[in-house]
Write a protein that binds this ligand. Structure first.
Ligand code: GUN
Length: 285
């Protein structure tokens, strides 16, 4: 079994991206800029936001983190987005989810200029992903595709099963695999006979948020298994651990390729966000 090293692939891509950013700045005098908006103080979100800021800095991009209190009104957040939409030094805008209850995420996403929507959550970008005519790819599914390519895992004609149908991962993931000529099935909580479906998969992507859902008996011998799960659980040592949707022990006995958690898909997501930010800066010309 080959362990897919998301950290190594991510580092290589970030090295290339850093060179691309430097070349872009040299040519245009424009430094790509990302605004990350964090409403409230969810501890996991704070870590993600910090990593996004660090990623920008490392790749030579500008970043601005705007931290707003948990009781920020919808109107205030929308006004902030409108301001960011008009700023010429900001090319990408991201509102970290989850947001507090009073915030309507759909309205927030709809307010972001689609040209600055580096999450690719705006309906215009979602539609463009559907047709294959896109500028931005959603970060996590794009990271999964990069991992498959980095390990030369063929997609065309293969049985691809995506477990999970979220707008952020499952649905766009299925679409990206389809664009690459995979035969794609989407499973979810109402799927009857989940194991029978997952056992068909040459490529199995788990993105549901249920620790250990995918066990060895659900996996075909020689499959590539991609674990998108990011579950925080309290371990036997009483401390918080990050664990995936895949039962690593049993699945590693069957799979030919497997992503660990942490160190698989996770590191790729921010790299794809940084790439989208450079793309947005290029498109702004
Ligand atoms: N929260 C968890 N993942 C993401 C993501 O990809 N984008 C945003 N905006 N928030 C998130």
């Amino acid at each position: 079994m080959t362990l897919i090293d998301g950290k190594a692939v991510s580092e290589k891509l970030r090295g290339e991206l850093k060179a691309d950013v430097a070349a872009f700045i040299e040519k245009t005098g424009i430094k790509p800029g990302l605004a990350v908006v964090l409403v409230g103080d969810d501890p996991a979100s704070k870590v993600y936001v910090r990593n996004k800021r660090r990623g920008c800095r490392e790749c030579g991009m500008y970043s601005e983190v705007i931290e707003l209190p948990a009781d920020t009104t919808q109107a205030a957040l929308l006004q902030l987005i409108l301001d960011l939409n008009t700023r010429t030094d900001i090319h990408g805008i991201l509102v970290q989810e989850p947001t507090p209850r009073q915030i309507d995420n759909t309205a927030v996403i709809n307010a972001i200029d689609p040209r600055k929507d580096v999450d690719a959550f705006h309906p215009m970008n979602v539609g463009r992903i559907m047709t294959g005519n896109f500028d931005f790819l959603p970060c996590t599914p794009a990271g999964v595709m990069e991992l498959l390519d980095a390990y030369n895992i063929p997609i065309a004609g293969k049985e691809c099963v995506v477990v999970g149908r979220s707008n952020i991962v499952g649905k766009p993931q299925a679409m990206l695999l389809l664009h690459r000529h995979g035969t794609v099935t989407i499973c979810h909580s109402k799927t009857v006979g989940l194991a029978e479906v997952t056992r068909r998969a040459d490529i199995l992507v788990a993105a549901v948020g249920k620790p250990g859902l995918i066990t060895g008996d659900m996996v075909k011998e020689g499959a590539a298994v991609i674990d998108v799960g990011m579950n925080r659980i309290i371990g036997n040592d009483g401390r918080e651990h990050l664990t995936g949707d895949v039962d690593f022990e049993s699945v590693s006995q069957k799979a030919a390729y497997l992503t660990p958690v942490p160190g698989g898909v996770g590191p790729m997501t921010i790299t794809m966000l940084l790439r989208n930010t450079l793309t947005a800066a290029k498109k702004s010309l």
